[in-house]
Write a protein that binds this ligand. Structure first.
Ligand code: CA
Length: 533
């Protein structure tokens, strides 16, 4: 055999081996939503008995549902940065809503792309700078719009008519249909829904109209023993706007609240709420009855937005079946944090209390993850980067806080003996009257520490301790009960150790608070260069 023939044979063998390897590397479909909380997903069986989410349940029944999945900082931009980098806020450069993701930072999509994956992201990115590591990207600038959203890509922006959940699902399904199987792919479909101000798709406006939804026991919480919580500004009673949050229009308010909608969309919107709004204005409820009315209106619109996301999940799963991609595709469903559905009288997130600390996480991987399994191990958004890279046969080549969930995924959710027994939390943003705080959670207890008390009462109540086994709704602060002093001291010691373990020296908390640390061309919406003083 000539030397040239031998060389050609070697090249062909290598190419063939690579082709096989590419075929075996799983595709990844990452479905992400904004503020979609576990209580709203029927597969979670957590919280009140709310309307079902059949497509998320379908995903859960064919994969693994993580019952104890948590974020590290319960607010949009910081949680997204953690999901991308595998690092807690104090180390990833985004500590609050004004942060932008440094384009030079390593992320799991970037690493996948470098290793030969075809990558795309559609929808809500919300980290100010242009997405890096994607062959295709079309994202909102900042929060984006529910209706007729403007999408920004490498070559400019375009407005697409329709509801954002449906618009970005269409884009994602189109892209999926164009994958030719020569490369594995990673698709990130990231919804705006169900973020405030809750505007469902027109086709969902009449859902639940004749239903009276159950109320949480703590809808009228008096915050006894919880000083910081009593200073919130996220109450259904006092902090929801009647027109922009609740669609209760007076005079010509509809025109400004629904200004972005087309004339027909606006007409449909106003018509859907007309009868209820007329009845309200004729005989307005007051006091606790007004809170109940607001709760029903809020919840129905929130859950209508959830129904849109659920339908999108179904469309993606159907498309994967149609394209015969289901078997070799990992589907991850999650949201950036949890949310209050009236618990403690609240909407919004931010607190280290369970409802907003929890983050839905469902993973389907045919042949690797046993269908219809539930995992109770504590996992966190720092774990996603190492997990998805390991699933793709890659190693994380930067320092991360998280650990791969692969041992849980491939063992039907059995928790290894040496699995983490504590998670760390730190909220820095400070909006909605939520004082800055840190927390740890074990399998049985939670400790909160308020870092920056805002008044004398808060200074006198820096710690909160909860026994989650006896008080899952966190209504009784044991830190003020001398009978629990020993437990409090133990948890305080564990808190300090955990803080050291994750390298939180308080230093990172105050960096990157300015919103423009990058070059103007790095931003999705380009800014003027900062003027030198
Ligand atoms: Ca969010």
């Amino acid at each position: 055999m000539s030397r040239i023939t031998t060389r050609l044979l070697i090249v062909f063998t290598l190419l063939a081996a690579r082709a096989v390897a590419e075929e075996q590397r799983p595709n990844i479909v990452f479905l992400f939503s904004d503020d979609l909380t576990c209580q709203a997903i029927s597969a979670y069986r957590y919280g009140l008995d709310l309307p079902p989410t059949p497509n998320l349940d379908r995903l859960a029944s064919s994969g693994m549902l993580f019952e104890n999945s948590f974020c590290g900082n319960s607010i949009c931009t910081p949680s997204r940065a953690t999901v991308m980098t595998g690092l807690h806020s104090h180390r990833n450069g985004i500590v609050n809503l004004s942060g932008g993701l440094d384009p030079k930072r390593p992320t799991w999509p970037k690493k996948l792309n470098q290793s030969g994956y075809s990558t795309a992201i559609f929808g809500k990115w919300h980290m100010k700078t242009k997405p890096v590591g994607f062959d295709t990207w079309e994202v909102f600038s900042g929060q984006g719009n529910y209706y007729n959203p403007e999408l920004f890509g490498p070559s400019g922006s375009r407005r697409i008519e329709g509801h954002s959940t449906e618009v970005i699902t269409d884009l994602a399904l189109d892209w999926l249909g164009k994958q030719d199987g020569r490369k594995p792919f990673a698709l990130l479909l990231q919804h705006k829904a169900p973020h405030r101000n809750w505007k469902p798709s027109i086709q969902d406006l009449e859902l639940y109209q004749n239903l009276t939804l159950p109320e949480p026991d703590s809808l009228f919480d008096n915050y006894e023993g919880r000083v910081a919580a009593s200073n919130h500004k996220m109450g259904i009673d006092g902090h929801m706007r009647m027109s922009s949050d609740l669609m209760l229009f007076k005079g010509n308010e509809a025109a400004s609240v629904l200004g972005r909608l087309t004339e027909q969309q606006r007409k449909d919107y106003v018509a859907a709420f007309a009868d209820e709004n007329t009845a309200f204005l004729k005989d307005p409820p007051v006091g606790s009855e007004l809170v109940r009315w607001k709760y029903q209106r809020y919840m129905k619109n929130y859950l209508r937005c959830v129904a849109g996301v659920d339908r999108s999940v179904g469309r993606v799963l159907d498309k994967l079946d149609e394209l015969k991609l289901t078997e070799n595709t990992i589907v991850v469903y999650c949201a950036d944090q949890g949310f209050y559905l009236g618990e403690h009288g609240w909407f919004d997130k931010r607190w280290a209390y369970e409802e907003s600390l929890k983050m839905p996480l469902i993973v389907r991987w045919p042949g690797r993850v046993k269908p219809n399994t539930r995992c109770s191990a504590m996992v966190q958004n720092i774990d996603y980067a190492p997990t998805l890279l390991e699933a793709a046969g890659l190693k994380v080549d930067w320092k991360v806080h998280g650990i791969s969930l692969m041992p849980l995924l491939t063992s039907a959710g059995r928790t290894p003996e040496n699995w983490r027994s504590t998670i760390y939390y730190r909220y820095i943003d400070g909006g909605h009257g939520v004082a800055q705080h840190s927390a740890i959670r074990t399998n049985t207890h939670k400790l909160l520490h308020f870092d920056s008390p805002r008044n004398e009462a808060e200074k006198g109540s820096l710690w909160e301790l909860y026994d989650l086994t006896k008080d899952p709704n966190e209504m009784t602060n044991l830190a003020i009960d001398p009978a629990h002093a020993e437990r409090l001291a133990d948890m305080q010691e564990l808190f300090q150790k955990t803080k050291v373990f994750y390298g939180d020296t308080d230093e990172g908390v105050w960096t990157n608070r300015r919103s423009t640390p990058f070059a103007p061309e790095d931003y999705i919406r380009q800014r003027s260069p900062r003027r030198k003083k």
